[in-house]
Write a new protein. Structure first.
Length: 403
């Protein structure tokens, strides 16, 4: 199946998950399920924009260095308190940044611009009404549309929600995800590694990707190439929305996952895609759980995550922007050859020079060489049956963007 057709098929199968109500403080990385309209003004009182003295502007109309004006100080207003007095002509009050303006005051003079003596506070310039005052609603006005459904919640948004007194919000539920590595040859870091064994890198890589994009995940650990053992685990994934597996989906004698899925009554939606690395990719459904069967080669895991898994997770999470990764154009800073009939995705590094991006492909292009992605921040696409020379225009896909 062509890559674009496979991506479209996945996005047609998966659906946006329903909304849930959560504490606003827990919303980072989630997506609003409804518009957020402020019921309050922020600030909801006129307050001082700096430390200084609250005044009545008309008292200082003729103030100058040659003709200073003396006002009588009648009190102090720290932030977080409410003044219990009113300014009248001829008086002033010491005020701190963020403190409510006392009734009668209509300007604030910075502390650096005044002097005091035994007769009161000395002002040497005129001020305008509203000077250094943050008026009610200066930040957010009541009834303001702050967020539309479908927007991602970033760190400052948490503070904005708290500022309007929004303790609970409606968000789209993120999918419940499980990650499982398969293979007789893999072992965890906690175990001794005998000859013929390799450390399981695919699962930690996927867990890290999912954490980077703010997805909670259940780590299902590893399982040997044993159909009964695989079946035992697949029996337990009914509560998951998505299961991501690595290995066991090719055409070898020990690639059992497609057979086990069918045996358990699941549906193989499609199997094998014209992409390199990652041709054996499998997309299936078992009950309500979608299974993304990634090949076991580490570079295929990276490519499969970005091409198939992440777009589906974004749709399920309620994301309203483009679901597929954006393909950009850059200038090749190396050479690459693709003699096959599938587009080849190579790890690469972007370099911006003036207004152009130069793409440096990794020299480690074997699908088993995870270190090809060490320091890489994009994938460069080498079309089928082509040779790309230094200076040629190429398509590339940035990685590690915000979800």
């Amino acid at each position: 199946m062509p890559l674009e057709e496979a991506q479209l098929r996945i996005l047609n199968e998966v659906q946006q998950l329903g909304p849930q109500q959560i504490k606003a403080i827990c919303g980072l990385g989630l997506i609003f399920a409804s518009d957020i309209i402020s019921e309050n003004a922020v600030p909801d009182f006129d307050n001082s924009g700096m430390d200084g003295y609250a005044v009545i502007a008309s008292d200082l109309t003729k103030a100058s260095v040659e003709n200073p004006v003396h006002l009588r100080e009648i009190g102090q207003i720290p932030a977080g308190t409410c003044p219990e007095f009113e300014l009248k002509s001829g008086t002033t009050a010491r005020i701190m940044t963020g403190a409510p303006l006392p009734p009668g005051a209509d300007a604030v003079v910075p502390i650096e611009e005044i002097e005091t003596d035994g007769n009161g506070v000395i002002f040497v310039r005129a001020v305008s009404q509203g000077e250094n005052i943050r008026p009610l609603g200066n930040d957010i006005f009541r009834g303001e549309l702050l967020y539309k459904a479908g927007q991602i919640i970033y760190p400052p948004d948490i503070g904005v929600l708290i500022s309007i007194g929004k303790n609970e919000i409606d968000v789209h539920r993120k999918p419940r995800i499980g990650v499982l590595s398969t293979g007789e040859e893999i072992t965890g870091m906690a175990n001794s590694r005998s000859r013929g064994k390799i450390y399981d890198t695919n699962r930690p890589t996927l867990l890290s990707f999912l954490d980077y994009y703010h997805f909670a995940v259940t780590d299902l650990n590893t399982v040997a190439d044993d159909p009964d053992a695989i079946g035992e685990i697949l029996h337990r994934v009914a509560d998951l929305d998505v299961l991501i597996t690595t290995g066991g989906v090719s055409a070898g004698d020990y690639d059992y996952i497609p057979r086990v899925v069918r045996k358990l009554g699941g549906e193989i939606i499609f199997h094998r895609v014209k992409i390199k690395p990652g041709m054996p990719f499998m997309f299936a459904r078992l009950g309500k759980t979608f299974i993304f069967g990634l090949p076991g080669n580490p570079q295929a895991v990276v490519v499969g995550f970005y091409m198939f898994v992440l777009p589906a997770l974004r749709k399920m999470s309620g994301f309203k922007g483009p679901l597929l990764l954006e393909k950009l154009f850059g200038i090749m800073a190396g050479t690459a050859r693709n003699s096959g009939y599938r587009p080849h995705f190579l790890p690469a590094k972007m370099e911006k020079v003036l207004d152009k991006f130069y793409i440096h492909p990794s020299k480690k292009v074997s699908s088993g060489a995870l270190s090809g992605y060490a320091g890489a921040d994009c994938m460069v696409i080498i079309p089928q049956k082509s040779k790309v020379k230094k200076g040629d225009e190429v398509q590339y896909i940035p990685m590690y963007y915000s979800n």
